[in-house]
Design a protein around this ligand. Sequence first.
Ligand code: C5P
Length: 229
Amino acid sequence: MTKPADKIIVALDVPSKDDALRLVEQLQPNVSFFKIGLELYTAEGPDIVRAVLGNGANVFLDLKLHDIPNTVARAVESASKLGLQMLTIHLSGGTEMIRAAVAAKKAKMSILGVTVLTSATQQTLDELGVGEQLDRHVSRLANLGHSAGVDGLVASPFEVKFLRAEFGDKIKLVSPGVRPRWSEQGDQKRTMTPREAIEAGADYLVIGRPITAHKNPREALEKILDELK
Ligand code: C5P
């Protein structure tokens, strides 16, 4: 059985390489998967990916790619050459874009599809003229992703429940929007505790601020790992 520590991906949502590597150093004894997102990648570029990989950790590059198929494919190709483990694309880019992304990998790397961001609500979808219930829309995008060949999906813990029922073990499910009871919600609207999210069927939990914004990140991570035992 997978250890709780192997299910946690810490989101390095910090502005600089120094901040990021300090967190990796503090947390790596307990976890080995780190997510690099837009803030850090825009500031530091592929060097930060190489530095985290160089520490022996795994990298989830969360660029949420969404562009014309050729541009996304070329970006996927470049990312896969860095030797990282997971990369995200937006499934709302459509089948042609997703297929181009999946076909462009040059090395073993999971392509994860983002359905609906966990900060979004029904109101957000209505505002965009989506004209569908949030759950229905998540399921539509998930099916699009699955048939076009993605390895996994990023989804809130609430969606993980029905996605696990719908796809069984055919797909990896990665959940952000996780909050221990003792931490702030922030802008996340649909959250569950780490334990609830695992019980709902998540393979991996992406946790950022509850750990990284805590006055003692290592202590926060250890508390979460304890709660998962
Ligand atoms: O700090 P927090 O725990 O909310 O961080 C969650 C991380 O997961 C952020 O880096 C955010 O960009 C990412 N994420 C998300 N919802 C998605 C996909 C990614 O919150 N659907």
